[in-house]
Design a protein around this ligand. Structure first.
Ligand SMILES: CC(C)(COP(=O)(O)OP(=O)(O)OC[C@H]1O[C@@H](n2cnc3c(N)ncnc32)[C@H](O)[C@@H]1OP(=O)(O)O)[C@@H](O)C(=O)NCCC(=O)NCCS
Length: 173
């Protein structure tokens, strides 16, 4: 793994097919996301259009980690086009399981923060994370996110068990 080149870049419309496949795989591999094995349920054409708009957006971004021409991880920020909320970006991240634990999540999140600082629009990054997702919470705290609240019944397992979810934030300035 150490000798393999990984590039992090913004997603482009031509990534649509690969991205849909990766999101589906990630949804199957991890119980920590809202998305399940159904994936995003978007057509490739709709995904292309999404990516085109994202690429042009000032306060939304999708970064991909690419290894040997294959996407192995993503990090995103979603923000509103409404003026009064445009400074709030919601962070999402997912990496294929075989690549967990090599520092890729740290690298992706670092890039997200650099991007956010450069936008001059995003002033608050926020995210929600299941409180059993120890790895992700460790990563977010390490980068500087702070837990603001615990949301009881913030999510549910496939077996119907309620889960606590943390709301975390990082102010950009
Ligand atoms: C969360 C995720 C993005 C992390 O990516 P990653 O590449 O494994 O992250 P990194 O290797 O950069 O960092 C993981 C950190 O967690 C730590 N960690 C791993 N397992 C841990 C555990 N059980 N307890 C405490 N810390 C743990 C690692 O030591 C590392 O910290 P360090 O850099 O201080 O040593 C990845 O696991 C993932 O995609 N998970 C599934 C989707 C998901 O949960 N997304 C987040 C939803 S909010």
């Amino acid at each position: 793994m150490e000798n393999i080149d990984i590039t992090i870049r913004k997603a482009i419309p031509d990534d649509a097919k690969d991205l849909l496949a990766v999101m589906k795989k990630v949804g199957k591999e991890t119980p920590y996301l809202i998305m399940d094995e159904q994936g995003l349920e978007l057509s490739e054409e709709a995904m292309r259009l999404n990516l085109e708009n994202l690429y042009k957006s000032e306060n939304n971004v999708l970064l991909v980690a690419v290894m040997e021409n294959k996407i192995i991880g993503t990090a995103s920020v979603k923000a509103s086009y409404q003026k009064r909320m445009e400074h709030i970006g919601e962070v999402g991240m997912s990496i294929l399981k075989e690549f967990w634990g090599y520092g890729l999540g740290t690298q992706l999140l670092d890039e997200i923060i650099v991007w956010a600082e450069e936008t001059n629009v995003i002033k608050r990054l926020e995210l929600t994370v299941q409180d059993r997702n120890i790895r992700a919470i460790h990563l977010y705290r390490k980068i500087g996110f702070i837990a603001e609240a615990t949301m009881p019944r913030g999510a549910k397992t496939d077996d119907g068990e309620f889960l606590d979810v943390l709301l975390m934030r990082m102010l950009i300035d």
